[in-house]
Design a binder for this molecule. Structure first.
Ligand code: HEM
Length: 454
């Protein structure tokens, strides 16, 4: 049996095996049972910064009823994510949270099996596919924005969530707006919300029950569309994935269905979080709004073509700087499938290992004045982000690096292209957005902003 197959079998067994003690690793487990769950949920950034100050860049701890080790900094990120020895399982880390709702999604697969599925899915993210989604997306965003109310506070989070769901129904499934798209969107929301459920029992009225019902609806809906999508050439992820699955000859209908449902999950809240953060940053820094609007007007076009995206250089810096300061996934996990040595410490087999984009993005060794919003740090002249390949990782890295990163940038730029040329956005003087940091960065108050016609 190959080393990779052994690692896969081991990963499948992991949750059932007891974890050896992390005796030699510095750190503490906080309160009995609860550990540091309360400070983790309240202010993860403060917690991880305090722990790093106290113990250094490798320490143990306990949150959400699980003991684990945190490894910090670009070297640690590279070690865990590049993982040439296949020692870190993504499946064993994510499955306890996502298995029932987002079964066998790409992030829930490991090693050879993951590589096989990822190679097929990559087809749906190549340039010609992305370019084919662009026109539809652009048209829809441009037609919806005029209905947003000007001159009075609006909750940006609600507006962008609704807009992205509608765009998602078109771009992922090729659906036109209407009752069917609404039902799909609601089922998707129920399924996603259930991933946060503490009580995972099928009791009517509870999050979990609604989530499983949503999942079943999505399963039936997606499976029912597969024959049609396998034979169509519409510009959406679903037909691209069916095409790729057929060409490679490897994906069953069930695989395609699972991948589609997982894609919705991977794409939606992350892009919602990103656009909220960008709009917040721009509202706080109106000079950047003007610079971007000018850059966009400079193209002299009413809609963007794929090749225009690269010309929006400053918009690209703002996208990157916002993701540095507010990466949607502030921290994410792996689980060791064998004993691992790192910087003189042994991480026993089956240890939960957390890495932290958020912490890395504020390290003074890599970023000048990291608390300052300074998009030009990403310019070619300054290129602060180029000291270490793993110092900027809002999209993760290595084997599981986000497949949707170009799509996310494209969607954000298209939204900003239409929004900033139409509106100026502001927040009340002195406003600081209250932020949920885990599992994803999100404005807790819905991000009240005011928009005015430019
Ligand atoms: C700004 C928005 C986004 C951010 C910050 C983001 C972030 C991430 C991160 C950190 C991971 C890796 C997680 C891990 O290694 O455990 C990931 C994986 C993934 N993302 Fe994204 N994502 C974004 C948007 C999207 C979009 C729009 C799509 C799809 C259209 C997408 C599809 C995926 C997929 C399929 C994976 C799994 C890759 C694999 O396991 O091989 N993401 N994303």
């Amino acid at each position: 049996m190959s080393r990779m197959e052994t690692a896969q079998q081991e990963a499948a067994l992991l949750p059932r095996m007891p974890q050896r003690k992390l005796r030699d690793i510095p750190g503490n487990y906080g309160w009995p049972l609860l550990g540091d769950t309360v400070p983790f949920l309240k202010d993860y950034h403060s917690l991880v910064t305090t722990q790093a100050r106290q113990y250094g860049l490798v320490f143990k701890g306990s949150v959400l009823f699980q003991r684990g080790v945190t490894l910090l900094g670009p070297e640690a990120n590279e070690f865990v994510l590049k993982d040439p020895e296949h020692a870190f399982s993504s499946r064993a880390a994510w499955n306890p949270i996502l298995e029932k709702l987002f079964t066998d999604g790409l992030m829930l697969r490991d090693f050879a099996d993951h590589k096989f599925h990822r190679r097929i899915m990559q087809q749906a993210f190549k340039k010609p596919a992305l370019a084919s989604y662009l026109g539809r997306m652009s048209h829809h965003i441009d037609s919806q924005l005029p209905s947003w109310n000007t001159g009075e506070p609006l909750h940006f989070l609600d507006h962008i969530k609704a807009l992205l769901l509608d765009v998602g129904a078109q771009i992922f499934f090729g659906l036109e707006m209407g009752p069917e798209a609404d039902k799909v969107n609601q089922s998707f929301i129920d399924t996603t919300e259930a991933s946060l459920a503490v009580v995972r029992l099928p009791i009517p009225g509870l999050l979990w029950h609604r989530g499983m019902k949503g999942r079943r609806y999505l399963e039936d809906f997606v499976t029912g569309l597969i024959p049609e999508k396998r034979n169509s050439d519409t510009p959406d992820f679903f037909s691209e994935l069916c095409k790729a699955a057929d060409e490679e000859g490897g994906l069953t209908d069930r695989d395609v269905m699972n991948h589609m449902i997982f894609l919705l999950f991977a794409a939606h809240d992350t892009t919602t979080s990103t656009l909220c953060s960008i709009i917040y940053m721009l509202a706080k820094h109106p000079e950047w709004q003007d610079m971007l609007a000018e850059e966009m007007q400079g193209l002299g076009k009413a809609t963007l073509d794929y090749d225009d995206l690269g010309k929006l250089e400053k918009t690209g810096w703002v996208f990157r700087e916002t993701l540095r300061m507010r990466p949607p996934l502030t921290t994410f996990p792996r689980r060791t499938v064998r004993d691992v040595e790192y910087q003189g410490y042994t991480l026993p087999k089956n240890t939960l290992v957390n890495i932290s984009p958020l912490f890395t993005h504020y390290m003074e060794d890599y970023w000048s004045h990291p608390h300052t919003f300074d998009p030009a740090r990403f310019s070619d002249d300054r290129a602060e982000h180029k000291q270490h390949f793993y110092q900027w990782l809002p999209f993760g890295g290595g084997h599981h690096k986000c497949l949707g990163l170009n799509f996310a940038e494209l969607q954000s730029k298209i939204f900003l292209f239409h929004f900033l040329q139409r509106y100026r956005v502001s927040v009340k003087p002195g406003y600081e957005v209250p932020t949920q940091q885990v599992p994803l960065i999100m404005p807790k108050d819905g991000l009240p902003v005011t928009i005015e016609k430019r």
